[in-house]
Structures are given as C-alpha cells and as structure tokens.
Design a protein around this ligand. Structure first.
Ligand code: BGC
Length: 292
C-alpha cells in the first residue's frame, strides 16, 4: 500500500500525519506555529512537521506530500497567493518542499482539504449538496456537489470574506466587516471579552463552559446567534442539503448549536437545512493526504 503525507497549516498550529489510501491517519502530530512574524518561521515549522512524519513513516512508501494552505493558492504553479492570517503571500511552497524532500508536492486550500475528506469519508457520501465551514483562526469554506468540490474559476467559496457589516471591524484581508471578524476565533474572543474573559486561546472559554461557568456559556450562546445569522446568508446562496462544521470552535458545538439553529431558521429566506459537526478527526490532514 502506498501512503501520502497530509499537512494542514492552520493559523495557530500545523497538523500532519501519514494518510493511507482509505483516508486513515497514522501517527498524527500537532505542532504550534513558532512565530507569525514572517514566512521563514512558518515554512520552517511546516518542514519540521513533514520531517517528523517522514521519520515516523519509515519504512512505508510515501507517494507524496499534500499541503492544506489557509488561503488562496495558485495550484498549478504551487505558489501561495494570499493567506489573510499568516505571512505566506507569494511563497513558492511547492518548489521549496519538493527541493527539500525530493517528493511530489500538491497544494490545496485548507478548507477544500476538509471538503475532500467530507466528500470521500463524511457527510458528502450521503448528501448531494454539502456546505463545509471551518471555524478557527480563519473561516474556511468548501462546497460539495455530488461528491465533487465546486470551486468556481478556482477560488470559490471564500465565505469568510463576505461583508456583513459595512462599518465593521477591519479584517486581516484588508476589508471591513467580513464575516470572519465575527465568527472566527477572533470573533469569539471579542464576544468573550464582553463577558469578562481575556482569552489567548478559545479553548480556555470551552474549558470554562465545561466547568459550568455561566458567563462562558452565555458567550457561546451569543456566538451561536452570530454564527446562525452568518449561516443563513450561506443557505440563501447555496441552498445546501446540509452544513458540516469543522475547526477548533466546532468542538464547543453543544454550547452554541441551539442558538445557532434558532437564528438560522429565523433568518434564512430559503428553507434552512440541517447542520452537523464533522464526525471526522483531523479532516484537513486527511483531505490534504488524499489530494496527493
Ligand atoms: C482564508 C481561507 C481559509 C480560511 C481558513 C480564510 O481567511 O481566506 O482561504 O480557508 O481562512 O484557514
């Protein structure tokens, strides 16, 4: 059997692992991004992750390396065009990694990697129109139509950067009032601030909510309302059969899903659809590996 290495470059962590043809991950690892100061650090961390996985993979045969990039890419040339939450603009990542590891390298948008995994192993197997949304440092999106990803001319969908507030906060993409500012971890941190929390990681809010802290629970409920509103716009655009949520914040599902569903039903013009949390673990890594 041949294996691929899957790498998911997140805004805060890099996840990687050996992925077999069936999409099973062997030896998954997660390393923090050392610094977002410049590309050198992030690329250095990607190399460290790949090196670790290659070592763990021996003596298995590795067919190539799949990289999930958190932003727009030029897939053909293997360069990164724009990563709003990381300083990787213009980096020829494919060439850099191919030269270093002497293996085939395939790059793909991180949310599309999540979508590939959902299409092959998750909700995309039983549903024809599945909208995938990742809730993390950024907001990622992928749309599955009958098992295949819809990408428009190549970059769609980029739902995190749809404007929902003309006078809103400045987004890392340079525009104002993007949906990402409200429902990504930055959005959750801002909501949590109003409830008295100074968070460096949204995981801490989850831990507080788990402990029964009512302010933390309220913060998640408010987040759910915001998310439901955002999803209603997406439902009006795509009319999907279902929406699948992934990314770190989706782990707090039980604290925000009620208000999310309520708001989604209230706000969407076309009938709302069901929403579920992904059942896959590290779907981004799986999809990156399967894409090789
Ligand atoms: C980027 C997307 C990416 C998402 C999650 C957004 O800011 O524009 O391309 O999928 O973050 O990383």
């Amino acid at each position: 059997m041949s294996y691929a290495i899957g790498v998911d470059i997140g805004g805060t962590y890099i996840k990687a692992g050996i992925v077999d043809k069936k999409g099973k991950i062997i030896e998954p690892i997660k390393i923090p991004i050392t610094s977002k100061k410049d590309a050198e650090y992030v690329i250095g961390d990607v190399m460290t992750a790949v090196e670790k996985v290659i070592k763990a993979a021996s003596p298995r045969k590795i067919s190539g390396i799949g990289i999930g990039v958190p932003g727009r890419i030029d897939k053909k040339n293997g360069t990164i065009i724009d990563t709003p939450n990381l300083p990787l603009h213009g980096i020829p990542i494919k060439e850099i990694l191919q030269r270093k590891f002497k293996k085939k390298v395939v790059i793909e948008n991180d949310a599309n990697c999540f979508g590939i995994a959902e299409a092959k192993l998750g909700f995309g197997r039983k549903n024809d129109y599945v909208l995938c949304i990742t809730l993390g440092t950024g907001i990622g999106s992928a749309f599955i139509i009958k098992g295949k990803l819809y990408k428009g001319k190549g970059d769609a969908p980029e739902l995190g950067h749809t404007t929902i507030n003309f006078k809103g906060h400045e987004c890392h993409c340079g525009n104002y009032g993007c949906v990402e500012e409200y429902i990504s971890s930055r959005g959750l941190v801002k909501i949590a601030r109003d409830y008295g929390f100074k968070l460096s990681d949204t995981l801490d809010l989850f831990i507080e909510a788990e402990r029964g802290n009512l302010r933390a629970i309220k913060a998640f409920e408010e987040y759910g309302t915001m998310l439901g509103m955002a999803l209603s716009n997406f439902v009006n655009t795509f009319d999907p059969e279902m929406i699948v949520l992934g990314g770190q914040i989706s782990g707090a599902w039980r604290f925000f899903n009620k208000t999310m569903v309520r708001e989604l039903n209230k706000k969407s013009f076309v009938p709302a659809c069901k929403v579920a949390k992904t059942e896959l673990k590290d779907a981004g890594v799986i999809g990156a590996g399967l894409g090789v």
